[in-house]
Design a protein around this ligand. Structure first.
Ligand code: CMP
Length: 140
């Protein structure tokens, strides 16, 4: 699967705004296959672990609080060139800079509450998929 998957989370802001269905529809329409999915809530500890790479950043505490503040949808998506194509679909991290028609342009409200996560490399996609899912929960 390496190179063909990415990990997404539909974040608490988008879940609260009832946008799970809209975002999943965009994902499917863009040609991604959902190979794993769960509706869950991260503890503060798990959110901190997931975003460990940002530990030294000034927004880390805010990010961990937000990501553990409510339920999320985590999913593994499969498609050729998955990481890059998904980042194109969701748009820039800051919704103010996101292109028209992207997930974040449509559904994000700020750089912190930006509706969705997408892996930034093939290597991290695998790490993040294994963070959320056991091998038996992924159905390529
Ligand atoms: P995500 O793609 O999930 O990866 C890291 C997250 O950190 C990012 O989306 C943003 O939600 C968040 N983030 C990045 N920069 C900032 C910032 N300047 N202020 C608050 N949150 C940020």
């Amino acid at each position: 699967m390496a190179g063909n998957i990415t990990l997404t989370m539909i974040k608490p802001d988008a879940v609260k705004a009832n946008n799970i269905g809209n975002i999943l529809q965009m994902i499917n329409k863009a040609g991604f296959k959902i190979v794993a999915m769960k509706y869950t809530q991260l503890s503060k500890a798990k959110a901190g672990e997931f975003y460990e790479v940002h530990k030294e950043r000034p927004f880390y505490g805010e990010l961990v609080d937000f990501m553990s503040s409510g339920p999320i949808v985590a999913a593994v998506l499969q498609k050729e060139n998955a990481v890059e194509d998904f980042r194109t679909l969701i748009g820039a991290t800051n919704p103010a800079e996101a292109a028209e028609g992207t997930v974040r342009k449509l559904y994000a409200t700020s750089i912190g509450e930006n509706a969705v996560h997408g892996s930034d490399s093939d290597e991290n996609a695998l790490i993040e998929a294994n963070f959320h899912f056991a091998a038996t929960e992924m159905h390529a």
